[in-house]
Write a protein that binds this ligand. Structure first.
Ligand code: CA
Ligand code: CA
Length: 188
């Protein structure tokens, strides 16, 4: 009977020892797996981070280019002159700083001066200058009137530009002064 008891105790002790060993060994498996998986994770993420960097770099490279400088519209010169009785007309030139691919326009108008219309000068009824694609220069004509009145001084006509197309900006030569000298034949 004692032998049976000792035998059973031995079996129980052996199983406990075996269970304890399993208890130690079994956790080794997940530990090994966890140890190996981070190394795999650490080796794989690098391309991802590089890809992210590449994307950011690509975004920087694809930034929209800066807008082109504005196209300036202005008078070619700020002044001109004509003599009544000698010059029948004067051509005043308006320019663009560079050509465009679209049609743009600007209006010219009289904004001041001492000359009178129609006794001293006349203008075309159309005061819009239209620049077709590729054009950078337009002009308008001022007709000088040969009257019989004598004015002991020169007269002026001041022109300005208005109603610019959105693609245009006003340049430095934003006004033009035409001086009309008196006709010596009108001197009394
Ligand atoms: Ca005259
Ligand atoms: Ca006159």
């Amino acid at each position: 009977m004692l032998r049976w008891i000792l035998l059973i105790l031995s079996i129980v002790l052996f199983q406990n020892c075996a269970n304890k060993k399993r208890g130690v060994l079994l956790p080794l498996i997940p530990l090994v797996q966890e140890t190996s998986s981070p190394s795999q994770k650490s080796s794989n993420p690098s391309p991802i981070s590089n890809t992210t960097n590449d994307v950011s770099n690509t975004n920087n490279n694809n930034d929209t280019p800066p807008p082109p400088p504005p196209v300036l519209v202005q008078f070619q010169t700020t002044s001109s002159s004509a003599t009544e009785g000698t010059d029948s007309s004067v051509s005043i030139v308006v320019t663009l700083s560079s050509h465009l691919d679209t049609v743009v326009s600007v209006d010219y108008q009289v904004s001041g001066g001492t000359a009178s219309s129609p006794s001293d000068y006349t203008l075309s009824t159309t005061t819009t200058l239209t620049f077709n694609p590729g054009e950078t220069q337009k002009s308008f004509t001022v007709t000088i009137i040969d009257n019989v009145d004598y004015v002991p001084m020169s007269r002026t006509v001041i022109f300005t530009l208005t109603n610019l197309s959105p693609a245009l900006s006003l340049g430095t030569n934003s006004t033009h002064t035409l001086t009309i000298h008196e006709d010596i034949n009108d001197v009394p």
